[in-house]
Design a binder for this molecule. Sequence first.
Ligand SMILES: *Cc1c(COP(=O)(O)O)cnc(C)c1O
Length: 399
Amino acid sequence: MIETIVQEGNQYIMNTYKRVPVAFVEGNGCYLRDTEGQKYLDMIGGLGACGLGHNHPVVTKAIQQQAEKLIHVSNIYWIKEQVELAKLLVENSFGDKAFFCNSGAEANEAAIKLARKYAYKKYGENRNEIIAMTSSFHGRTLGTLSVTHNKKYQEGYGPIPTGFKFSNFNDINCLKSMINENTCGIIMEPIQGEGGVTASEVAFIKEVKALCEEKDLVLIFDEVQCGIARTGKLFAHENYGIEPDIMTLAKALGSGVPIGAIVAKDKLAEAFNPGDHGTTFGGNPLASAVALATMKFIIEEKLWEKVEAKGKYFAEKLEEFVIKYPWAKKVKGKGFMVGLELEIEGAPIVEKAFDEGLLMNCTAGKVLRFLPPLVAEEEEIQKTVDILAEIFHEMGEEQ
Ligand SMILES: *Cc1c(COP(=O)(O)O)cnc(C)c1O
């Protein structure tokens, strides 16, 4: 069966991914099963989207119950589930108001538009520049490509929207040197994902916050990957004791059902008036009901506390590899956003792990990345570590 899927996939699907020749047909918790009946331990969780793992009863029930009532109506009407979701997000964050869309890139687009509109209304049209960070990833639309640092994503798509600059990440002097009277805001991931699972340094992010307050710059935190209980707090910036003006969310928000959101302080949110921004599907009854059920579960269970403890356990286990193997450089990330930086290419290891039934990935070439479902237990972590231990043992100390 998989041969046909691969062959027809190559024939009918655009070639935008180098795909692993496997197709999954069902999932349960941290496990997936493929068309051939093989079972896999999923430690990448739909690249962070499957926060509650696969086939979680809370999620399944929310989809079923909502599908039986109402799937979609336009945003020209009030949507009860969307209002409830907004209320929950606001009550559990720094924000005052939310806007819903369908993906992380769309959330960042909305955040950039909102930041610019705010500055436009207050300071006029020249104040439109947004500063992003090196190694950032904010999405694949033309707008978000302009704040995504890796040039390989932009190649061949020019002209890319202008008015964007990059500061070295974790380098406050570099950032300061880029700010001028046209600077509108700063966009950054509190903990970078695609760029290599790199956390902001405490001093850096606090100085960024202070700078934004001093100069009335809009601070946008992209929490598409690091938000929603992933880093041991409900939102990653809570680790630093500071707040942004706008936060973007997606990935785990809908447990795999596409939904994105921006949450903002009133001061910013007021810049949007009817007609200024919109979306057909954003926050529709189905997506909102699933996100609402997901968020309620996460908040009731205080899932971030469990993630913090289990993330520590995972990191400690990985540290042992760093001690043992000279080519294993360091453990990165926080909570269940876990990276193991190597001196060597990570792709062959990801392939070997796949052969052993373990799903993970590699980012920035040399960083093995794990985004386990937030519900993963010590047992799954131990199993992951055992599989890695075997692979690493075969590789040996010399590389
Ligand atoms: C995945 C990701 C995005 C893009 O989200 P999409 O839903 O794929 O558009 C944006 N920012 C960060 C930090 C991400 O990890």
